[in-house]
Design a protein around this ligand. Structure first.
Ligand code: HPA
Length: 255
């Protein structure tokens, strides 16, 4: 648009500020290429306000907060995904399809299913099994193996080792049930799965579909086999370690 002001022609540029997708109300360029994905939107807010430099909120639709800032100078975003694979699927599809997100790390909690895994342990997820019908709908009677990006896993592994935290690299199972009367976890445990959660398989599958990089990092919040839950204070410390591990992995990838 142009108009004439005191004899001079003035150009007014119209920036595209409208939202680009249904569930994320952010303009083009408001979301960084690297993103952390907690299930809980209040965790997204906490991560941005605690760890980011200059955090700015880009999404409040349905209370599913999204923020962008920098961490150690690297642009990074954090977006709540809600609980369960269908909810995560909505947000991650929009992030990949409309906002050009390239690297996504889910940060969440899981329940442990074997005696070698303890409460508060960190799990770097290299693959995710699932009992969800989302995989059936995509693959029918074929069996896809949702797999994390190897470089992300390798980088997180070396950072976790340097941090000196208790951690394992392995698979989780993304269940559609939190309250699972079938006790599917017993079968997963027999096959070496380390923890049960509800979102990672869909994230890794979408990353494959859109040719992006993804991984998940979990802390063990409850022990399904042995019983017991972490206290709020313990959850805070392990949560902080997990977020630092995820953010330092992103920084290392951007060097
Ligand atoms: N089951 C499913 N999801 C979970 C659990 C669990 O025990 N703990 C944390 N997320």
């Amino acid at each position: 648009m142009t108009f004439v002001f005191h004899g001079f022609t003035v150009f007014v540029f119209h920036f595209k500020l409208e939202a680009m997708s249904t569930h994320i109300n952010a303009p083009e360029g408001a979301i960084a290429p690297n993103i952390l994905l907690p299930g809980d939107p209040l965790r997204a807010k906490f991560i941005a306000e605690t760890f980011f430099e200059n955090p700015k909120c880009y999404n409040e639709v349905r209370g599913m907060y999204g923020f962008t800032g920098t961490y150690k100078g690297v642009p990074v975003s954090v977006q709540g995904t809600g609980m369960g694979q269908p909810s995560l699927s909505i947000y991650v599809t929009e992030l990949f399809k409309f906002y050009n997100v390239q690297t996504a790390i889910r940060v969440g909690t899981c329940g442990a299913v074997n005696a070698d895994t303890q409460l508060r342990d960190t799990i770097i997820v290299n693959s995710a099994c699932s009992d969800s019908c989302l995989l059936n709908q995509r693959f029918g009677n074929m069996h896809y193996a949702p797999t994390a990006d190897f470089k992300l896993v390798k980088t997180a592994d070396s950072i976790a080792e340097k941090m000196g935290i208790r951690y394992q690299v392995g698979s989780v199972a993304s269940s559609d049930f939190f309250y699972d009367k079938n006790e599917n976890w017993k079968k997963w445990a027999e096959y070496g799965v380390l923890g049960i959660e509800m979102e990672s398989a869909e994230l890794l599958t979408l990353a494959a579909e859109y040719k992006r990089k993804a991984m998940a990092i979990m802390t063990v919040s409850d022990h399904i086999l042995l019983g017991g839950q972490t206290t709020a204070e313990e959850r805070q410390t392990t949560f902080t370690n997990m977020i630092k591990l995820a953010l330092d992995t992103i920084v290392a990838q951007n060097k």
